[in-house]
Design a protein around this ligand. Sequence first.
Ligand SMILES: [Zn+2]
Length: 444
Amino acid sequence: MTMTAVHLGMDDIDSPRGGCTTHFASLLVEELTELGASWLDYPNLIRLNPNIPYRTRGNGAVTLRFELEASDVDQVLPRSNLLLKKYLKEDYPNTNPGMVIATGDVPVDLLGFSKLALWRTVPVALARRLVARLALPYIAIGNRRGLIGALSAIGNPLRQDHTYEYIAYRSIELTSRERGVDVDSVFKMNQKYGNRLFSNIDGSAQKILIEPHGPDPVIYGIRGETPLDVIKAADLIQSKQDKERWMVFRTNQGTGAHLVHRVRLSDIRPYMAAVVEGEVATKSKIIEGGHVIFKITDGPTNAECAVYEPTGEFREIATMLIEGDKVSLDVGVRPASRMHGLTLNVEGLRILQLTDEVILVNPICPHCLKRMKSAGKEKGFKCIKCGFKDPQAKKTEIPVERQLKAGRYLPPPRAQRHLTRPMNRMDRRNNGIPNNLVDEWHDP
Ligand SMILES: [Zn+2]
């Protein structure tokens, strides 16, 4: 019996009743286990460039990696397709599901493709050329955009830093009801597990972040460092709705994987996820809607930066920056519109160097030690008290203590991307593909 390694990538599988790609993947795991799949990895949940306009904020795709008897590999795609048709039930105009199969080692071309999809926009035509050239079996519905995520998910084996998410699902018939996740149980869980988990609560807003709001089958998702951490932590969560199934995903969430490219301001392009470095060129101002706007320069080029209202207290950092401060910004690039030019949406920043801030004050009279008054434009200063005049006197600089400190700043967890490396993961890296899986990583 020869076993073949299979990588089954999928993306954009949403149904009108509120399905989602990870939920579909959990059904498929059941189906493929029946077919005899021996699992090589947890299902991989791969988040891609969060700045893509036609995608939801999450922009997540899934890959299943397993071994199968070589003679059964041909059955994988037809069986997946049957399940997909049952799942979608009808054509749904806003989704473009895609599924792709690769066997053996992950093709090198897919590794490069996947890296690109983390920080750029990738044209559908490129995905179509790739499946054709590598002769990869696929299913693509609608405009075939789902191929991009499916290929990208296969092409990211998560060999470097990664995290885990436990996702609990309700019955798809009950997706219109209230989930009723018990807030206290989430805070207790968070306290018990500390740094073993991340991004499950927002401390400053006293909000829980594990419960989505749309009509999808997810009841909650718990993010953490190991499979056992998230599985055990989930035991502590109470909700009104019952779990119908659950599954653990290995993922690039919380790794900052989209922000590895340092880009000069002159090379910035729409929808990029990039790191830019420069000096603050104009102090910030607050515009309508509570957004904070400022400019930076890297010498030849200036760029407008925006810190949006939902980032809450993060905006205060931006308002304290002054001209000359050296900063490194994590940005998502918004293209120019009729209302504004190309804008760098700031999703994280590092203050590299603070410039000295001074205020200018009138000089002191050498006789009575009081501050003098201006004697008129370019006429120096005069003392009101004793009448002393000094036509050469200039204003003096007094240093002001900066309220900011150099270092790393992020929006609060509620305003972070799925990919954002949160503060409590700053120095943590989970490396390597797991050698074996925990006994129970999904149910049923
Ligand atoms: Zn005087």
